[in-house]
Design a protein around this ligand. Structure first.
Ligand code: AHG
Ligand code: MN
Ligand code: MN
Length: 337
C-alpha cells in the first residue's frame, strides 16, 4: 500500500463507500462515526488501565452469570451514552444488559439497531493482554412508528448491515465491513485518527494455526476431540502439524486468524452435564465475526450450519463457533458430520 493510501482516515473511507453504494445513507455513516468516537474513549482508558482505578471487578454478576469487570461496565456506559445521541438508532442490545436498551424519547430515533460486546476478553484486562469491542448493525423490520420488538433484534446474521471490532492491543485497530470487503485501520494516537492499514483483507485458504481452549477437552464429544486432534498430525488440509495459539480474547484470536489464516474454535461442550452448549454469544460475538470472515473469503460455522443463517432464540443465545480459513473450517465440519 502506498504512503498516500495509508493516510486515508476511516471517515474518508466510510464516505467513499457511502458514495459507491446506492442504498447507503448518511445516517449509517454517522452511526459508525459515533461508534468510532466511543471506541477512542474506551481505548484511552484501556491503555491507561494500570494508572486509573479501573482494574478489577465491580462485584456484580452480569446477565451471563459472569463477574463484571470495572472496564466492562465503563465501556458499556460509554457506548450507550454516545450511541443513544447518534440519531441513527432505534434500540441497542449489549452483552451486559438482559433486555433491549431503548433509545430515550428525547433523542432523535433512526432505523438502525446496534448490538455490541462492549469489552471482549475482559478476563485478560488485569494482565494487560488485548481486549476489544465487537459490534453488529441491523436495520429494524417493524414499522418506525411502533416500539422496537424482540423480532427486530433476533435477526439472522446475513441481515447485518455492518459489523466489526476495535481491538485495544499494542496499537488500537478498527476492522469493519459493510458488505463491501473487510478493511483495517490503526489509531494514530498523535493525530487521534484511525488511518487505513489494510484494504480488502483476505483470509488465506488454508492456515497453519489452530486456536482453541484445549483445557476443555474432557467436556467435548468424541468427534470434536478428533477434529482438534487432527491439527496435531498430518490428516488435515496442511498435511502437517499446525501451531497452537490461544489468547482467550475472541477479538485477538480472530484478528490473528483473519490476517494469518487457520482456525479458531469454541466447540460445544458438556460442562453442564446433559446440557451441551457453545460459549460464545450469537448476536454480539459469532455473527459479527462471521460476517467479517465471509467477507474476507473465510467460513464461519457452528460445526454444521452457516453461522449467518442461524436465527437467535433470545438476545443471549450461545453457539459453538468454528471460524477462519475455508479449508480448515470445512475439514472440521467434515469430521463433525
Ligand atoms: P467476554 O470477555 O466478552 O465475556 O468474552 C470472553 C470470550 C471470548 O473473548 C473468548 O474467546 C472466550 O470467552 C474465552 O473463553 P475461555 O476462557 O473459556 O477459553
Ligand atoms: Mn466477548
Ligand atoms: Mn464482554
Amino acid at each position: 500500500m502506498s504512503q498516500q493510501q495509508r493516510q486515508i482516515t476511516v471517515t474518508e473511507h466510510l464516505l467513499l463507500h457511502q458514495k459507491q453504494s446506492p442504498t447507503a445513507t448518511g445516517m449509517f455513516t454517522q452511526l459508525l462515526y459515533d461508534l468510532i468516537l466511543a471506541a477512542k474513549l474506551i481505548s484511552r482508558n484501556v491503555t491507561k488501565a494500570g494508572l486509573l482505578d479501573v482494574l478489577g471487578e465491580t462485584g456484580e454478576i452480569n446477565v451471563q452469570g459472569e463477574d463484571v469487570q470495572k472496564l466492562d461496565a465503563y465501556a458499556n456506559r460509554i457506548i450507550i451514552h454516545r450511541m443513544q445521541r447518534s440519531g441513527a438508532l432505534c434500540a441497542m442490545a449489549s452483552e451486559e444488559n438482559a433486555d433491549i436498551i431503548p433509545i430515550p424519547e428525547r433523542f432523535t430515533h433512526g432505523d438502525y439497531i446496534l448490538i455490541f460486546d462492549p469489552l471482549d476478553g475482559s478476563s485478560n484486562i488485569d494482565v494487560n493482554i488485548n481486549v476489544g469491542t465487537i459490534f453488529s448493525i441491523l436495520r429494524r423490520i417493524s414499522p418506525p412508528e411502533q416500539d422496537v420488538t424482540q423480532s427486530d433484534v433476533l435477526q439472522p446474521g446475513y441481515k447485518q448491515m455492518g459489523a466489526g471490532y476495535v481491538m485495544y492491543g499494542p496499537s488500537t485497530m478498527l476492522v469493519y465491513t459493510t458488505g463491501q470487503g473487510v478493511h483495517a485501520f490503526t489509531l494514530d494516537p498523535s493525530v487521534g485518527e484511525f488511518l487505513l492499514s489494510q484494504n480488502n483483507m483476505q483470509i488465506p485458504e488454508t492456515g497453519r494455526t489452530y486456536s482453541v481452549n484445549e483445557g476443555n477437552v474432557t467436556f467435548w464429544d468424541e468427534k470434536t476431540a478428533k477434529a482438534v486432534q487432527s491439527f496435531k498430525g498430518t490428516d488435515n488440509p496442511r498435511g502437517k502439524p499446525y501451531t497452537h495459539r490461544y489468547v482467550g480474547s475472541l477479538v485477538a484470536d480472530f484478528h490473528r486468524t483473519l490476517l494469518k489464516g487457520g482456525i479458531f474454535m469454541y466447540p460445544m461442550d458438556y460442562k453442564i452435564p446433559d446440557h451441551p452448549r457453545g460459549k460464545l454469544r450469537l448476536l454480539c460475538e459469532a455473527s459479527p465475526m462471521a460476517m467479517l470472515a465471509e467477507q474476507a473469503g473465510g467460513v464461519a460455522s457452528d460445526g454444521h450450519r452457516r453461522i449467518l443463517e442461524i436465527v437467535p432464540d433470545t438476545l443471549h443465545t450461545r453457539v459453538p463457533l468454528f471460524i477462519g480459513s475455508k479449508n480448515d473450517v470445512e475439514h472440521v465440519m467434515e469430521i463433525l458430520k
